[in-house]
Design a protein around this ligand. Structure first.
Ligand code: NAP
Length: 308
């Protein structure tokens, strides 16, 4: 059993910032990375709206810089995944990973969120064989190919625009006739001659032999169905919080986002949360960093009140 003062679960911008702040407070935090070191941002090609980088910065570069900065102040990062927690009996909190068991005086949960699935036949079968949730990871494999992007939010358009670097044609399938994405992205998408829109339409089924070959589309207004050939389906329809580990132990809303108070504390004193795991609204690097900072500071103050 390894004993720690502070364990940060997750290594995205919220987790690395919580580690920076608790590191600077001499708490020698341990960051357990999760299965995606750096979180979702490490799969993002370019971050254009994080202040301080007027020309933008790639996701992996930003993560590396955040990690180095936290480590400079004593944070340690282990590449492992938390598989079990016992938070309901108070201090010390107990955590298990694939390789180790830990006790911690305080925990900061920064497990982020994962992409939502469509839930249609073929989707799971073709993941990695034409179905993708990450243009940065897989876009390269679609050079001169025809791809569909599902969704009408910022992610769908941002990733769709990124895919135009590789793909011959990008068709955005959206269930309404109005986009949710911000104006700037909408303007860029409408101006891009490789991008077309298929409005009021959902994917009913993804089909192929060994890889994606066609999808069955249904127009929600007319009920009309059609099968269209495509090489890839990129799905960007939002996210769900990674909170399965904490069910029955930490209070959540009806979707599963952790509930925190204004000091980033969860329903269990000594367990804090920051970033997308508790934020269904903003979901920006800048807000996750702010929440990670607040959680780190509040964690330090809470530990002080527990001493003596
Ligand atoms: P989002 O804003 O929730 O958009 C999800 C899109 O998917 C919506 O257009 C929604 O349709 C559609 N959708 C949801 N469930 C669906 C289903 N089952 N079948 C078909 N379509 C479905 O998610 P997001 O685009 O990932 O963005 C999340 C947050 O991150 C937002 O706050 C966004 O501003 C932010 N973000 C910002 C940037 C940036 O600033 N550059 C980049 C990426 C994300 P409806 O419109 O009909 O609901």
């Amino acid at each position: 059993m390894q004993k720690e003062k502070v364990i940060v679960i997750g290594s995205g911008p919220a987790g690395l910032t919580a580690a920076l702040y608790t590191g600077r407070a001499q708490l020698n935090p341990l960051v357990i990375s999760g299965n995606q070191l750096g979180g979702q941002i490490s799969l993002t090609y370019e971050v254009e709206n994080y202040p301080g980088f007027p020309k933008g910065i790639t996701g992996p570069e930003l993560v590396e810089a955040m990690q180095k900065q936290a480590e400079r102040f004593g944070a340690r990062l282990t590449v492992d995944e938390v598989t079990e927690v016992d938070l309901s009996h108070g201090r010390p909190f107990r955590l298990k990973t694939h390789g180790e068991e830990y006790e911690a005086d305080a925990v900061i949960v920064c497990t982020g969120a994962s992409p939502k699935r469509l839930g249609v036949p073929g989707e799971e079968d073709f993941i990695g064989r034409g179905v993708s949730f990450c243009a940065t990871c897989d876009g390269f494999f679609f050079r001169e190919k025809d791809v569909l992007v599902v969704g009408g939010g910022d992610s769908a358009l941002e990733e769709g625009l990124f895919l135009t670097r590789f793909a011959r044609r990008v068709r955005v399938v959206h269930r309404r006739d109005k986009l949710r994405a911000g104006d700037t992205l909408q303007r860029r998408a409408f101006a891009n001659e490789k991008i077309d829109f298929i409005w009021d339409t959902v994917i009913e089924e993804i089909k192929g032999d060994g890889k994606v070959e066609t999808v069955r589309l249904r127009n929600l207004k007319t009920g009309e169905e059609q099968e269209t050939p495509t090489d890839g389906v990129f799905i960007f329809i939002g996210h769900y919080p990674n909170t399965d580990l904490f069910k029955g132990q930490l209070e959540m809303d009806e979707i599963g986002y952790l509930i925190t108070d204004e000091r980033m504390m969860t329903s269990v004193p000594g367990v804090f949360a920051a970033g997308e795991v508790q934020d269904p609204v903003f979901r920006q690097v800048a807000t996750s960093v702010g929440q990670g900072c607040a959680a780190g500071m509040m964690c330090e103050r809470w530990l002080e009140t527990q001493e003596g």
